[in-house]
Every structure is written in C-alpha cells, then in structure tokens.
Design a protein around this ligand. Sequence first.
Ligand code: C5P
Length: 239
Amino acid sequence: MKRPQDYIIFPLDVPTLKEAKRYVELLSEHVGMFKVGLELFIRSGPEIINFVKTSGTAGVFLDLKLHDIPATVARAMEIIADFGVTFVTVHCGETKRMLASAVESSKGRVGILGVTVLTSVLREDIDDAGFRDEFSADISRLVLKRAAMAKAAGCIGVVCSGLEVKMIKQASGKDFIAVTPGIRPSWGDRQRDDQQRVTTPEQAVINGSDYLVIGRPIRDAKDPKEAAIRIAKEIEAVI
Ligand code: C5P
C-alpha cells in the first residue's frame, strides 16, 4: 500500500556525490524516491543509483529526458532497464515512434514518463519553433496533445505542473501517472525561489498528482528530515 511519504520524490540537485549520499542516508525512510538528474548522472552515473537501492526502500527516478532517433533511444533504454530504477523520462517533443520504441525496449522493467512541455518554455518559443498559433496561444493544448501521444505510445504517465494534472487525468484516465514538480508547502521560506506556477503538496494530491517532486522546501529547511515528515503528514491528511 502506498504510504504518504511514497508520494514524495526528492531531487538530488547537489554538486557532489558525497552530498548526494548524505541526503540519501538522511531521507531514505522519509521519501518514496530520489530523483537523479542529468548532472548527477553524468558525474556519478550508476554509482548513485546503486547507493540509493542499497540504502533502504526508496526507489530511483532517473530524469534523463531522452530525446534522439528511435533506434538510439531504444538502445539506451535497454541499458537503463538493467539499472532497476522505477521511472525514466523521455521527451515528447520528437515522435510517437520514439516514445513507443523506448517503451518497447524497456520490456516493462522501468516506467517511461513523457516530458510534455518544459516549464521554461514560453509562448514565443512555441511560436519561434514553428507551431500553429493555437499552441502558442495556449500552451496547455500542446501539453494535452503530448500527454495523449505519450499515452498512445504506451508511456506509464507524464511529468506536468500541478495545475495541469486535472485536465490530463480527465483526458487520459486516472491510472495515467502524473508526476508534478513546482511544489511549495504553505509554511516554506519562498525567498530566492524561481518557481512561479506552484501548488501546495495537499492541493497537488487533491488535484490527482501521483508523485510530487519536492526539492528546496526539504533541502533548504533547517531540518530536512523534519520537513519531509511534515509534508508527508500534510499528504496523509488529504489521501
Ligand atoms: O522543489 P524544487 O523547485 O527545488 O525542485 C526542483 C527540481 O524539480 C529540479 O530537479 C528540476 O529539474 C525539477 N523540475 C522543475 N520544474 C519542472 C520540471 C522539473 O523544477 N517543470
């Protein structure tokens, strides 16, 4: 059964392997997964994955955002499938064929999450990239279209903002997994923070999010373990 802390994905956004290991030791009983992004993966690759797996029950979310020709993504996915991670991300910006070949070569050993539209992308970027006006006028249309493409290709879910979860679940079904970053508890210190379109953990779960990527509110807290426990209690109150 899914426990409240299993909703929490903590991103290991730290510059060294040593620091990453310190957070894993501190939080492995209090979060469901650790997110390993491109920077840490390039630096320490499989070593940090093995460390997480041998440190407790928390899983690994490998956020590599793959984007290449289908054959290359497929070969990369065959190797990733051996890592024993829970999720890996693939961009939805190429083709359905690429997503489908990622899913096929994973052989069900890792859940493929589609990255719909990065939150750093602006309306003018969509315009510059040559998309039809309907997509630059309303980026959520592109998010929905790509989520539908990910679903049709066999992905297990998508990464999306907490504000988009409802419409994605409505269109793609409640079992289609939504992983949402941009989470900010009501009590956190929001100074020096670049996240704009934020949701509280409670609201994200009420909206239907299955997993919440929560970094700075835990990492920058005076007591990160205490912050993770507090967030899990808030999640527990609404599930
Ligand atoms: O909670 P915090 O803002 O610190 O979380 C930052 C993490 O969430 C980073 O690992 C970043 O890659 C990830 N992320 C994000 N916004 C997105 C997608 C992922 O902040 N739209």
